[in-house]
Design a protein around this ligand. Structure first.
Ligand SMILES: Cc1cc2nc3c(=O)[nH]c(=O)nc-3n(C[C@H](O)[C@H](O)[C@H](O)COP(=O)(O)OP(=O)(O)OC[C@H]3O[C@@H](n4cnc5c(N)ncnc54)[C@H](O)[C@@H]3O)c2cc1C
Length: 432
């Protein structure tokens, strides 16, 4: 392959890279993908919920075409944990169990090879165990990559889909390193349990699944949340929080996940399970104004490399796939024009702006800073809500009116009413 020239090089065979490669290969471009892992997915970590719409936009009707899916998500729960109690909310519908579906639980070690195989079957070369170490420039234009195993390779366009760390993109100055404020550290365990036990404990039939998003006291005054997702015969259990908050509160991810698992509402769900895997990974949580420009002369940045994660809604894979597809489509247009300049690749930036990717990140642009500064939403408020519910639902000789009055005073003692009002208005604004 020494000194060979391709139409496009993709760096990284995660969901973003495979979506880009598939889109370009389908159009007839000569594409090579480099993946540093021994197979796609071997280095990847995700909760993980795969959202159907964005995935279908790149990979077609994947649920009918052999994609390794665990369960169709029909039941989404939000649990606010107190020390010993929990306030629960959620939504369940059988409609999400029918085509075209809304979301699936997945295991990335199985899913990523399937994504990469779709790109390969469309004609892309996927080369594993090969890390791209540097980008090659001609003046200011990216013209190729340097790899450990395959030497230098050239292409008209290079799509950087390296995930959050993006060592090659950062080294080449296409993106800055994300700071401790702009990244969350997540840890995840996979617990094995018989399928029937999962069905019973989570009240779902085989093939249908539950997601539980968790926050509250265990988050140790950090902007962070936990999750439990049902797979076929395993559970994905994890916790993530902003890295700078972990440093500041001297929290250790291991302790947090142990505390979560010991909670009286969680423990029975995991009882008798065997831990099969433990992994840790970073998640971008980049302030909108600090997102890198995702294109330039001869290159585009996609997925986590570009910081495209909707942290509040726990969405990353769909933004990665959608951005990979849009970068692929832009590369095809550039290939037809024979022009890979920044002016042409700007169409990728325009597509992103017209899509849910930038629209959601823009409308939530104030949320990261707001919730980082208002950690009450991960501590005081869940605690207050738990205490209020416990008081209200304890049936004793106290008349209900007196109880309501006592709850009101408890709330006021915990946090002045004007501050609660200000926090709530701020939270609403952060979502708009
Ligand atoms: C614990 C956790 C839970 C999550 N849960 C969810 C969820 O439930 N739903 C959701 O939508 N998102 C979730 N996310 C986010 C989601 O995983 C990411 O947004 C998504 O994986 C990004 O895809 P990507 O293709 O951009 O990057 P990645 O998936 O990180 O893939 C990058 C690939 O590039 C390879 N690579 C890197 N550098 C090089 C190099 N220089 N040369 C060659 N190869 C290279 C890597 O080995 C890897 O295969 C979660 C993340 C974490 C950490």
């Amino acid at each position: 392959m020494e000194d060979e020239k391709f139409d496009a090089i993709v760096v990284g065979a995660g969901p973003a890279g495979s979506a880009a490669a598939l889109t370009m290969a389908k159009a007839g471009m000569n594409v090579v993908v480099f993946e540093r892992g021994d197979q796609p997915g071997s280095k990847n970590v995700m909760g993980g919920v795969l959202f159907r719409e964005a995935t279908e936009s790149a990979f077609g009707q994947f649920w009918n075409n052999g994609a390794p899916l665990e369960r169709a998500v029909i039941d989404q729960r939000l649990w606010l944990l107190g020390k010993e109690s929990v306030v629960m909310g959620g939504f369940r519908t059988e409609e999400f169990a029918q085509p075209p579906y809304n979301a699936f639980t997945v295991l990335r070690a199985h899913l990523d090879p399937w994504f990469a195989k779709q790109a390969e079957e469309a004609g892309a070369y996927v080369i594993t165990e090969t890390q791209v170490t540097d980008l090659i420039f001609d003046n200011a234009k990216v013209v190729g990559v340097r790899t450990g195993r395959e030497g230098d390779l050239y292409a008209d366009v290079v799509i950087m889909a390296e995930g959050i760390n993006a060592f090659a993109a950062a080294k080449a100055g296409l993106r800055r390193d994300f700071t401790m404020e702009n990244a969350a550290l997540a840890v995840k365990e996979i617990h094995a349990l018989p399928e029937e036990v999962i069905n019973q404990r989570f009240n779902v039939p085989s093939g249908q699944g539950v997601t539980i998003l968790l926050t509250g006291e265990f988050a140790n005054n950090m902007m962070g949340s936990g999750f439990i997702y049902t797979n076929k015969d395993t559970l994905s259990v994890g916790f993530g929080a902003i890295v700078s908050h972990m440093v500041e509160t001297k929290s250790r991810p291991n302790d947090l996940i142990e505390e979560l698992k010991a909670h009286p509402a969680i423990k029975p769900l995991l009882e008798g399970s065997e831990i099969k895997e433990y992994s840790a990974h970073l998640i971008p949580e980049v302030k909108y104004e600090e997102l890198p420009r995702p294109y330039g002369d001869g290159y585009m940045l996609v997925g986590d490399t570009a910081g495209f994660v909707n942290f509040l809604f726990q969405e990353g894979c769909n933004l990665a796939i959608a951005s990979g597809r849009m970068a692929g489509e832009t590369a095809v247009e550039a290939w037809k024009k024979g022009d890979y300049s920044s002016a042409t690749l700007q169409a990728y930036g325009d597509k992103l702006k017209d899509s849910f990717v930038m629209k959601d990140l823009y409308s939530l642009r104030n949320a990261p800073a707001f919730f980082r500064d208002h950690r009450e939403f991960f501590g005081i408020y869940p605690r207050m809500l738990n205490a209020a519910m416990q008081e209200f639902l304890t049936v004793d000789a106290t008349p209900k009116r007196v109880k309501a009055f006592e709850i009101f005073h408890m709330v006021r003692r915990t946090r002045p009413l004007w501050r609660i009002g200000k926090d709530m208005v701020g939270a609403l604004r952060a979502f708009m």
